[in-house]
Design a protein. Structure first.
Lengths: 387, 376
C-alpha cells in the first residue's frame, strides 16, 4: 500500500515549495546568516535580502514596499490586522463587521474582540458562498471601527465583492481588512484597485515555505502592535526577521507574478475537467457554492449519501490527497462552518469534499482522480445501503 | 490495492498497539485508526488540576492519539483518526445518562462495543476496503461448522477476559472481527510489546469508563446535564427523595436516585446498628430502599434484549453459568424461555447478591459465551 503513486489535490491547505524558492532559502540558510538589524556587512546582506523580498511581494500586489509588514504567516497577519486596528481605537463603544464564512484566523481574533467588549456582526453569505455588499452596508454603525472580509473563501474558492465593499468602507471611513491568503497567487491582486486598507498574505499557499507571511497596511492606517519588543518592521512587528523564509516568499511572489495568467488558465481548465467528469459520471453529486467567480483552482463537491471523512481516507489509500474542508478545522465534530453558513444541510455538508489544484497537477492526474472518485463513491454508497 | 487490509482499532494503549504490530509483523496489510469519541475539553468543571484535559488514562486524550500515531509510524502502516464523537454522544453518553436518571446502573462499554466499535468502526473499515477489523480485546472467536455459527469464547487470561462487555456482538460482526490477544496473557502481551520495541509497552491500563474522569459518574451527570441545559434548576446537593427500609420506615433523605446503585453500602448517610445496603431504587418516587445484606439476595431475574451468540436461542430450559457484573464469579443457573425469544428468565441454583437493573447478564457454557442481555 505504500507503493501507490501519490497525487496532491490539497493546495489550499498548503503548497509544495517551488524549486526556485527552495534555492533561495538554502542559499540564505547557508550564507546569509546575519541579523537584518545589524550594522555590519553580515547584517546588511540580510537586510538586502529582506528588502528585495519586500519589493518582490509588493510588486505582486501592486503595493508600495513600505506598506508591507512581514509576519510568521497568514494567521499572525490576520490577528495583527483585526486586533491591531480595533485596539488602535480607544473609544469605549466599538463595533466590528466580519462574515460567517471567514477562516478561523479571523473568526478567532474577532471572538477575542468580543471578550474585550467590542460588538461583532458576522454577515451571512448566500447559498452562492458570496457576501452581499448591501448586508455589509446594513451592518454599519456609527461606532464601527473595522470591516474584515476575505478575498477568496478557502473551502469554496468563491470571490467576495471586495471592490464594492471597499467603496462602502471608504464612504463610512472605516478601515477594510481583507484576508487574501487564498487569493494571492491564484488571481490578480491590486490593493489599490481593490481599495483595501489591510491585506493578509501567507507564504506557504503560494509555493513559499511555512513560517513566512505578510500584512499589507495602507499608509496612514492606525495599527496597534499585538506583540512587543524591538523596532523591527517599522515598530509594527517586533522580532528578528526570518530572512530565509521571507526571501523565499519574495522569490515565490516573483514566480507567481510571472506565471499567474498562464497558471490560472491551465488550472481552471483542469478544475473544470474534474467537475465535468464528476458531474457526468457520478450521480447525486454537485458543486457547492457559485461555479462562477471562483479562484481557478478550487472545487467543492458533494456526493450525497457518503461520509466525507471515509472518502478522504479511502482516496488517500488509493494515493489521492484531498480534504473535507479547512485543514485547520479537521477533526472537528461539527460540519464545516462555511458549508453550514451557505445553507447546506448537515448531511450534505458531511458529504462534501474540497479539491484544490496546483502547479504539479496534470490532466492525467485529474482523470485518475475522477476514476478513483467514481469507484470509491460507488463503494461507499453500496456499504451505507447495507448498514 | 493489493491485499484487502485489516482495520485495527488503535487506542494508543499497549493492547491495541501490540495487535497492530503483531499483524503487521505477520505480513498483513493493515490500516490503523483511532476513534475520537469524546472531547475531553468539554465539561471543564471535571478537569483535575494536574491532569486536565489530556491526563493519563483518559479516553481520546491528545496523548493517546500521539501514542497511537507513533506506533503506526514505527511499524510503518497508514494511520487515521476518525471522529465518532456525535455517534458516541447519541448512542453511549445519552443512554448512559438516561439509565442513571431512571434509577438503573448502565454499562456504557457494552453500548460502545455494540454501536460504535463493532458498528461505526466496522463501517469505516468497509469504507476503506478492509475486510476484517481487529481490536485489543481479550476474547476469542471461532467458526463452528456444526452449528454454522461464529462463537465467542472467554480469553485464555481469565483475569483480563472482556467477553462480559461483548455479549451484544452479532453474527455478521463476529464473522469479520479478529481478537489476536485472546490466546495471550497480559504479561505476555507486555513482553511482546517490549520485544517489538513499542514505545507504549510500559503504559498503564486504561480506566473503566473512559469518558468519566476518576470514576465520579455523579459529578459527570451533573456537569453533563448542566451543559446540555437539562438541569431543571434543581440544586444537585438538595434533598430529592427518601431513604426507606423495606417496611417503609424513613431513615433519611438523598439528592437523587442516580447517586445509588444496588448493593452499595457507602455514602448512604444514615447510621443504624447493622450495615445497610441499597436494595432497590425507584426513579418515579425517588425512593431508595435499604436493608441488610440478606435482603440483597435474588433467586431469579429476567433479562431483556438478549443477543444469542453460540446458540440460536432457548426453547427448553438450558443450564448455564451466569455473570451479572464484570467482576462477578459466574453462578450456575437455568435459562428458561419466555413468550418473547429475546427475553429469558434466569433461575439461579443459589440466590445471588445485588442483581442490578441495567447491568448485563452474560450466559456461559464453560468458555463459550451462549449470549447475554440486560437485567430488568
Amino acid at each position: 500500500m505504500n507503493s501507490v503513486q501519490r497525487c496532491y489535490f490539497d493546495h489550499n491547505a498548503t503548497t509544495p515549495l517551488a524549486p526556485e524558492a527552495l534555492e533561495t532559502m538554502v542559499t540564505c540558510l547557508g550564507q546569509v546568516y546575519g541579523n537584518a538589524s545589524s550594522i555590519h556587512h553580515f547584517g546588511q546582506s540580510a537586510k538586502q535580502r529582506l528588502e528585495q523580498a519586500r519589493r518582490e511581494l509588493a510588486s505582486l500586489m501592486h503595493a508600495s514596499p513600505a506598506e508591507l509588514v512581514f509576519t510568521s504567516g497568514g494567521t499572525e497577519a490576520d490577528n495583527l490586522a483585526v486586533l491591531g486596528v480595533a485596539r488602535a481605537r480607544t473609544e469605549s463603544k466599538r463595533h466590528a463587521i466580519t462574515t460567517a464564512i471567514e477562516h478561523p484566523a479571523v473568526l478567532g481574533p474577532c471572538a477575542q474582540l468580543e471578550r474585550e467588549g467590542v460588538a461583532v456582526t458576522r454577515v451571512r453569505a448566500g447559498s452562492s458562498g458570496v457576501v452581499n455588499p448591501d448586508d455589509v452596508r446594513a451592518a454599519l454603525r456609527p461606532e464601527t471601527v473595522l470591516i474584515s472580509v476575505m478575498h477568496a473563501n478557502n473551502e469554496l474558492g468563491t470571490l467576495q465583492p471586495i471592490a464594492e465593499i471597499s467603496r462602502i468602507a471608504r464612504e463610512a471611513e472605516v478601515p477594510l481588512h481583507v484576508d487574501g491568503v487564498q487569493a494571492l497567487g491564484k488571481i490578480a491582486v491590486d490593493v489599490n484597485e481593490l481599495g483595501v486598507d489591510l491585506y493578509s498574505v501567507s507564504g506557504h499557499k503560494i509555493y513559499a515555505p511555512k513560517g513566512a507571511g505578510a500584512l499589507y497596511v495602507r499608509k496612514g492606517t492606525k495599527l496597534a502592535p499585538i506583540s512587543y519588543g524591538g523596532h523591527h518592521e517599522r515598530d509594527r512587528r517586533p522580532g528578528t526577521e526570518n530572512v530565509p523564509g521571507i526571501a523565499a516568499l519574495g522569490t515565490a511572489a516573483d514566480l507567481a507574478a510571472r506565471s499567474l495568467a498562464a497558471d490560472g488558465e491551465r488550472l481552471k481548465a483542469l478544475r473544470d475537467r474534474l467537475e465535468n467528469g464528476v458531474l457526468e459520471r457520478i450521480g447525486g453529486s454537485g458543486v457547492n457554492g457559485s461555479r462562477w467567480n471562483r479562484t481557478p483552482n478550487t472545487s467543492n463537491l458533494y456526493f450525497d449519501g457518503i461520509d466525507g471523512e471515509a472518502l478522504v481516507i479511502a482516496l488517500d489509500l488509493r494515493g489521492f490527497a484531498v480534504s473535507t474542508g479547512s485543514a485547520c478545522s479537521s477533526g472537528a465534530i461539527t460540519p464545516s462552518h462555511v458549508l453550514t453558513a451557505i445553507g447546506l444541510a448537515s448531511d450534505r455538508a458531511r458529504a462534501s469534499m474540497r479539491f484544490s489544484l496546483g502547479r504539479s497537477n496534470t490532466a492525467d492526474h485529474v482523470d485518475a482522480l475522477v476514476e478513483a472518485l467514481e469507484a470509491s463513491v460507488a463503494h461507499l454508497r453500496r456499504i451505507s445501503m447495507h448498514a | 490495492m493489493p491485499e484487502a487490509p485489516i482495520a485495527v482499532a488503535m487506542s494508543g494503549g499497549v493492547d491495541s498497539s501490540t495487535v497492530a504490530a503483531l499483524l503487521a509483523r505477520q505480513g498483513h496489510a493493515i490500516v490503523g485508526m483511532t476513534m475520537q469519541l469524546w472531547n475531553q475539553r468539554r465539561l471543564p468543571e471535571l478537569w483535575v488540576e494536574d491532569q486536565a484535559p489530556a491526563g493519563p488514562g483518559r479516553c481520546c486524550s491528545l496523548d493517546d492519539v500521539y501514542d497511537a500515531r507513533r506506533v503506526a509510524e514505527q511499524i510503518g502502516v497508514p494511520y487515521y483518526v476518525v471522529n465518532f464523537e456525535r455517534q458516541f454522544e447519541d448512542q453511549v453518553v445519552k443512554p448512559f445518562v438516561a439509565e442513571y436518571l431512571a434509577g438503573r446502573t448502565p454499562i456504557p462499554c457494552t453500548l460502545c462495543n455494540n454501536y460504535i466499535k463493532f458498528d461505526r468502526f466496522l463501517e469505516m473499515a468497509d469504507a476503506v476496503g478492509a475486510r476484517w477489523m481487529a481490536t485489543g480485546h481479550y476474547a476469542r472467536t471461532r467458526y463452528d461448522a456444526v452449528s454454522g455459527r461464529y462463537q465467542l469464547l472467554r480469553a485464555v487470561d481469565g483475569s483480563k477476559d472482556q467477553t462480559y462487555f461483548l455479549f451484544g456482538l452479532t453474527q455478521p460482526q463476529l464473522a469479520r472481527t479478529l481478537f489476536p490477544l485472546g490466546e495471550l496473557t497480559k504479561p505476555e502481551v507486555r513482553e511482546l510489546a517490549r520485544s517489538m520495541g513499542l514505545a507504549v509497552a510500559a503504559k498503564g491500563d486504561s480506566q473503566e469508563i473512559c469518558f468519566v474522569p476518576n470514576g465520579d459518574y455523579a459529578a459527570f451527570l451533573n456537569a453533563y446535564l448542566k451543559e446540555t441545559g437539562q438541569e431543571t434548576g434543581h440544586d444537585p446537593q438538595a434533598a430529592r427523595g427518601a431513604i426507606v427500609t423495606a417496611d417503609g420506615r424513613k431513615l433519611g433523605e438523598h439528592s437523587g436516585v442516580h447517586h445509588f446503585t444496588v448493593g452499595q453500602r457507602r455514602g448512604l448517610g444514615v447510621a443504624t446498628g447493622e450495615p445497610l445496603y441499597v436494595i432497590s431504587t425507584d426513579a418515579a418516587s425517588q425512593q431508595v430502599v435499604v436493608g441488610g445484606n440478606h435482603q440483597l439476595l435474588r433467586g431469579s431475574f429476567y433479562a431483556r434484549e438478549v443477543n444469542w451468540i453460540s446458540i440460536e436461542g432457548v426453547t427448553e430450559p438450558v443450564r448455564a453459568e451466569v455473570k451479572i457484573r464484570n467482576k462477578h464469579a459466574a453462578a450456575l443457573a437455568t435459562l428458561c424461555a419466555t413468550a418473547d425469544a429475546a427475553r429469558v428468565q434466569v433461575i439461579f441454583d443459589d440466590a445471588q447478591r445485588a442483581v442490578t437493573p441495567g447491568q448485563g447478564a452474560v450466559f456461559y457454557a464453560g468458555d463459550l459465551v451462549l449470549g447475554g442481555g440486560w437485567i430488568e
